[in-house]
Design a protein around this ligand. Sequence first.
Ligand code: LLP
Length: 429
Amino acid sequence: MRHFDYQNGEMFAEGVPLARIAEEVGTPVYVYSTATFTRHYRVFADSFNDTDALIAYSVKANSNIAVLATLAAQGAGADVVSGGELKRALIAGIPAKKIVFSGVGKTRTEMREALTAGIRVFNVESLEELHVLNDTALEMGQTAPIAFRVNPDVTAGGHAKISTGKKENKFGIAWSQAELAYEEAARLPAIEIIGVDVHIGSQISDLAPFEKAIQKVGDLIKRLRAAGHTIKSFDIGGGLGIPYGNNTVVPPPPSEYAALVKRLTADLDVEMIFEPGRMIAGNSGILLSEVLYVKRGEDRDFLIIDAAMNDLLRPALYDAYHDMEPVKQGDLDKMETYDVVGPICESGDTFTKGREMPKLESGDLVVLHSAGAYGASQSSQYNTRPLVPEVLVNGAEYAVIRARPSIEDILKTESLPNWLSKHQNVTDI
Ligand code: LLP
């Protein structure tokens, strides 16, 4: 069931007309559907309800606290990669014991915060990090539970920039060094080995790379146990792709992914950890924008909308495809072809080229679909455009869950040095 769909020719998010949100909150604005977040989480979690499993939602995909709280209410844990994300997860009510800490560059401060909170596991990515974690835990009189993120050297992921499981990527312990790393960890007094972790990439659209990685890591788990290590958990990361609507890539449903994981891990006797991000958040949100101008060029027409690459970076960064539809269902007999662009002063500020859509005019509203993951969480204030707000719909009601900052809000964090002005604060000028 689509929760962003037309009712009497007008697009709604669940029970709320998008035109109403545009009117009351302004555009551009992200709009999320509670029902979709919940359904995606349930589809994933329910396909593992006969398995000892922790679903640690990958916070980076969409880190809004209200989104995290929505998932926490379903029982979700969290995969975090910074002290900031850790704080968000805790504020949202996710128990520390359901939080895993990933990332290649954890700082001592972040380690201290995570140890204080009492998280479930640190996914450690290098021997240097391991030693810093050991020192930090020792100083605090604590023991740090760890898994090594290993790099299985398999090809996966929808785009070179989001592939992580190849040996040329910066992620994980090199495959040939994995067993030595566990030996080293076993010697450290403030480290407790609890598992193995892997994450091979994102927007993965077939099961073969997962199969390869799980088999390799499964064999590693057996070797580690034979060497005397206690391996209780197997974290296989995130990465399951979603349909973006262009019909070229239709990833397998979570049920098929789950069947594969269960088949390959049946004899391992481990607790499974999953870190899905996009699968839960991607199709739970849209970016709502207004057409500013239709510019008739010499050989093409430009649809200039009020959203830009700072609001949704994916097309500029990964050539990502996002379906687009008008909020008022258009006349399918009057189609036009547009290059859809934002107001930012870069040619890369292009959402799509040569896209066919019903004829649009200045003031019309459009929707960019599948923008719930890596949309708002990757937004910036480039060109001094205020950070795009976020709205969460729940049935017939909605709430602003991230407000649009004013220009003053943006400027007040900046100040002039005393040699340039007697005013300390830019906004006093
Ligand atoms: N776990 C780890 C350690 C990760 O690095 C990631 C994503 C995930 C889990 C979640 O992966 P997912 O289930 O969402 O595929 N900005 C890019 C995607 C970057 C993914 C980074 N890591 C995009 O917009 O496509």
